[in-house]
Design a protein around this ligand. Structure first.
Ligand SMILES: Nc1ncnc2c1ncn2[C@@H]1O[C@H](COP(=O)(O)OP(=O)(O)OP(=O)(O)O)[C@@H](O)[C@H]1O
Length: 945
């Protein structure tokens, strides 16, 4: 284990002993002999490949195969039979079979996936049968897994070989010891450290249209559940962002099932199938049986599942079963599931998460450029992961939000405290993931150090906060300035000191040792046995050194020979001159074995020296014993640490929370954000609001962001926003939604003042994205999203809508835009920011204030006159009742003497009737001839109207 973790790939490998007890898969024993594969025969490096064991690459493969069948043996060789059995047992997986120093792919696996891995296709002959074959050195495993699992979302069954423990046996066992899928990554190097790696199970209940969800990150042990329904499922997926989804096995052959369709529509998810009890089965099942199931799978406290519905229990059990199945019985620590209660978080639909670029940009779906990237000032990986969760799941409880805001303010007001916290958090490592690796039997001393360092840093945090609280209380005599936010007090009270664990790790792990070796990670004095072994080893090594020094002196000094390892002859002495060779023989009284004379150009002479070989054998034996000793000490240490796993995880959660809140405090100071006031009203009042990301982008260009006010809700239920192209309408809409989300996740916000009535849902209709892959046109997508908002927005929701109806003809578009406005006003009754180029809507809703009707002025080079045609039409229609709580606002521009415009980006009362689309087209570089034609057409249309 130790050496595998360092020198080879990082994918975890179980010791044979533990495998025996847990692996249910059949293993086949094969005795090995070297056989050349067809692959090797065609290799240009054939000769070199034979020279030295381990000096191979994917082009030169010496394959160890099962014993060649003798005359009477059955047709299939044992290895071939084993491969076929495994291929049949893991049909959904890419099967990688360890053979000697290689992982190999056979048959369809070689044909389908070899090229993905950049491997040259070969063939191998088993008892007369030629099969497709390719392979790669085992050290390239991580790199190849990244391609298969991360890039191509494939499942990989990793088949390892194990030496038979029978003395003298040359047989090997092979069995799949782990199935690696996107959602079950543990410590692979390609696991994203800043993101949770969620595995989501979905239990369906068609009759009630309800779903039970459970999601688990095996790399941290965090586990959540939620009840949801078919209609909200897409939004839940957008929020959770799972890497892999588990569905009931009976949906495997039902691609039209609504849930499968939703998953398909949402994009790139890996879907796996696992047996699940339906809700009805769960209902009639003996409760004890269900709970025993959970116990048997994970030593999981069954009471954890009791509060959940049948559906959710079913999803929880499916996830445990799937983990059990892919980890082949290894049991990661799984935390008590936390339930997301309906209404406890703001529902942000998936379009809004995407359109507001909360966690990914629209352009290239990257984190860089997103709001998350902009606000992430966390110091720890756990903090960064938590921030992403908070951003997509803001709270609805004023009390909880204020709890967070209090803590941010508390930190912000004490620069010394902030400085110290920052320093302590910088010391923290990813202890929760380190603990999880330990629980899965991967013992890397560096992980123990990560846990120790983190727990020590946390102890400093606890002392520092406790100190601060005591000083505050002492100095103010209980006055107002002695107010200690609950979260601060809770952090100080609940961080558990784990000094005994830290002490144990300090005692055991020798942190001065270099990573790249097989032993020496444990302090020598930890046990008398280890001390004795190290002493013997040192003695032997010094004897060897003295012997070699003697030879050097006899041979005339200055590196006259080299000691090398050689497969077959073990240690050899290589000399460059025959004179030296003769002298060495003389020193050793002729006790040398001449092993080879090589090399035409440099006459190198090689001898096997029995006394040296003997000494090196002893050294290796001792080193082997030390490795074993260290393993058992590490195992015992692991067991003691795992005893405290609950406390360690709890402590890690405090680190993550503190880290995020400290990040909010830093951001508030750096960017001059203010504390929002949350209330129970249905009004959003923001003075001097800014868009956090656009503001920063403009700052980088040396430009200035224009602040804007917004007071939407109640008497001003809907803001109807018109303005020229490029005027800043979308930015304004987005910034108000973002401010609301930031405030409800407990952050300060970019504004001069913010009084916000809590929202239950945030909806947006912003993007112009189409979904051609799902046969949906741009307009169809627009209408689907609009329909969803009209169906789901409540009086407490915040809706932002940008240019509804633009995807169809002007007449249809205007009618749809009006009806949307009408529905939001009369049915949903929710706060809405409604941006449009259809300024006629102002007339239709009877909302346009007469004084604000003045347009910026008729301009030669452009007004979008088609709208005016509609305007004329509706002006003559007197039947529309006024929408009294609709208010008209506009962004404007200022014409310059040289015929250009300056965008003001200021949101003011009024209606803008000129979109100046042709001006923007010119700015965008449209050919002058095209601009001229558009002006003429516009002129004609205006006259017709
Ligand atoms: N408040 C502001 N202060 C400074 N610059 C701004 C502001 N708002 C927007 N801008 C700048 O104007 C650009 C265009 O803004 P935005 O896309 O919001 O305009 P729009 O009115 O929605 O345009 P269109 O109608 O063409 O979609 C932004 O990319 C940004 O650079």
């Amino acid at each position: 284990m130790i050496s595998t973790a360092r020198k080879g790939p990082r994918v975890s490998v179980l010791p044979v002993s533990s495998l025996e007890s847990v692996n249910p898969n059949p293993t086949v024993f094969t005795s090995e002999e070297s056989v050349k594969s067809t692959h090797e025969q065609t290799s240009p490096r054939k000769g070199k490949a034979r020279k030295k064991k381990g000096d191979l690459d994917d082009k030169t493969v010496t394959v160890k195969l099962a014993t060649r069948t003798k005359a009477k043996t059955p047709r299939l060789s044992p290895l071939r039979k084993q491969i076929l059995d495994l291929e049949a047992a893991y049909p959904d997986c890419v099967l990688l079979v360890r053979v000697g120093e290689f992982y190999e792919l056979y048959d369809h696996n070689a044909e389908e996936y070899g090229h993905l891995l950049g491997l040259r296709m070969g063939s191998k002959t088993f008892s007369g049968e030629t099969v497709a074959f390719t392979g790669f050195p085992y050290k390239q495993l991580d790199q190849k897994l990244e391609i298969l699992v991360s890039k191509h979302s494939l499942k990989v069954a990793l088949c390892e070989q194990f030496q038979d423990e029978e003395p003298g046996s040359r047989a090997f066992r092979r069995s799949v010891h782990r199935i690696i899928t996107s959602g079950t990554l543990i410590d692979e190097q390609f696991l994203n450290q800043n993101e949770n790696n969620w595995l989501l199970a979905v239990a369906t209940d068609k009759s009630s249209r309800m779903l039970g969800l459970s999601w688990l990150d095996i790399s941290t042990g965090d586990f959540f559940t939620q009840e949801t329904n078919y209609d909200s499922f897409a939004n839940d997926l957008a929020r959770i962002r799972p890497r892999e989804i588990i569905l009931n096995a009976n949906l495997r052959n039902d691609p039209d099932h609504e849930v499968r369709q939703t998953i398909e529509r949402m994009g790139h998810f890996v879907v796996s199938f696992e047996y699940m009890r339906t809700a009805a089965q769960m209902a009639i099942q003996n409760e004890n049986e269900i709970l025993e199931d959970a116990m048997a799978l994970f030593d999981f406290d069954p009471s954890h599942l009791e509060p959940f519905s049948n559906r959710t229990q079913s999803a929880c059990l499916a996830i445990l079963r799937y983990v059990n199945h892919t980890q082949m019985g290894r049991k990661p620590v799984v935390q008590r599931p936390i339930e997301w209660k309906d209404g406890s978080i703001v529902k942000i639909d998936r379009n809004t998460i995407e359109a507001l670029e909360l966690v990914r940009t629209l352009r290239d779906s990257s984190r860089a450029g997103s709001l998350l990237h902009h606000i992430d000032r966390t110091k720890t990986k756990a903090g960064s992961r938590l921030l992403a969760d908070w951003l997509t799941s803001p709270l609805t409880s004023i009390e909880q939000i204020n709890g967070r805001l209090d803590m941010v303010e508390f930190l912000k007001n004490d620069s010394h405290l902030m400085h110290d916290m920052n320093a302590y958090l910088t010391e923290c490592r990813d202890a929760q993931r380190a603990l999880q690796k330990l629980s899965l039997g991967q013992i890397d001393p560096q992980d123990l150090v990560a846990i120790r360092v983190t727990m020590e840093a946390l102890q400093k945090i606890k002392s520092r906060i406790t100190d601060k609280i005591t000083r505050m209380k002492n100095s103010s005599g209980g006055g107002i300035s002695s107010y200690v936010p609950d979260l601060v007090q809770e952090t100080a009270d609940n961080i558990k000191g784990l000094e005994p664990i830290c002490e144990l790790i300090r005692k055991v792990v020798d942190e001065s040792m270099e990573q790249n070796q097989d032993y020496g990670f444990i302090n020598e004095d930890v046990s008398p046995e280890l001390t004795a072994l190290h002493q013997q080893l040192k003695k032997l090594k010094s004897r060897k050194r003295a012997m070699l020094e003697r030879w050097t002196t006899y041979l005339g000094g200055a590196k006259p020979f080299e000691v090398k390892s050689s497969f077959g002859y073990r240690h050899i002495v290589e000399l460059r001159s025959s004179a030296s060779a003769e002298r060495l023989k003389a020193i050793l009284d002729g006790k040398v074995v001449d092993v080879s004379h090589t090399d035409q150009r440099h006459t190198k002479i090689r001898y096997q020296v029995p006394v040296l070989t003997e000494m090196m054998d002893c050294i290796e034996q001792l080193e082997g014993q030390i490795v074993q000793q260290e393993k058992s000490i590490l195992n015992a240490t692991r067991a003691e640490i795992l005893e405290e796993s609950t406390a360690i995880v709890m402590n890690c959660r405090y680190i993550a929370k503190l880290d995020v809140l400290l990040a909010f405090a830093k951001m508030a100071i750096e960017q001059h954000y203010i504390r929002p006031v949350l209330n129970d009203s249905q009004r959003t009042l923001i003075a001097g609001g800014r868009h956090p990301v656009v503001e920063l982008a403009l700052q980088h260009e040396g430009r200035h962001f224009v602040k804007n006010d917004c007071s939407v809700g109640q008497d001003e239920l809907i803001w109807l926003l018109t303005g020229p192209n490029m005027g800043g309408k979308s930015t304004f809409l987005r910034q108000n939604a973002i401010l609301t989300i930031m405030a409800q996740m407990g952050s300060f916000v970019p504004a001069a003042r913010a009084e916000l009535g809590i929202v239950d849902k945030v909806f947006s209709r912003l993007g112009g994205a189409d979904n051609l892959a799902n046969s949906q046109s741009t307009f169809m997508v627009e209408m689907t999203e609009t329909a969803s908002i009209l169906q789901h927005a409540t009086e407490r929701s915040l809706v932002i809508m940008d240019e509804v109806g633009r995807g169809t003809s002007t007449l249809d578009g205007c009618a749809i835009a009006y009806s949307t406005l009408h529905h939001l006003y009369h049915v949903n009754k929710c706060r809405t920011l409604f941006a449009t180029h259809y300024h006629e809507l102002a007339d239709m809703s009877g909302a346009a204030p007469a004084s604000a009707h003045t347009a910026v002025g008729a301009l030669d080079d452009g007004s979008t006159s088609a709208n005016d045609i509609v305007s004329e039409m509706v002006r003559s229609w007197r039947g529309l009742p006024p929408l009294e709580k609709v208010r008209c606002y506009q962004t404007t521009l200022e014409p310059q003497s040289d015929g250009t415009f300056t965008y003001i980006h200021m949101v003011q009362p009024g209606v803008c009737r000129r979109s100046h689309g042709i001006y923007v087209a010119r700015l965008a570089g449209m050919p002058q001839s095209a601009i001229d034609v558009s002006k003429q057409i516009l002129h004609v249309l205006q006259q017709d109207a």
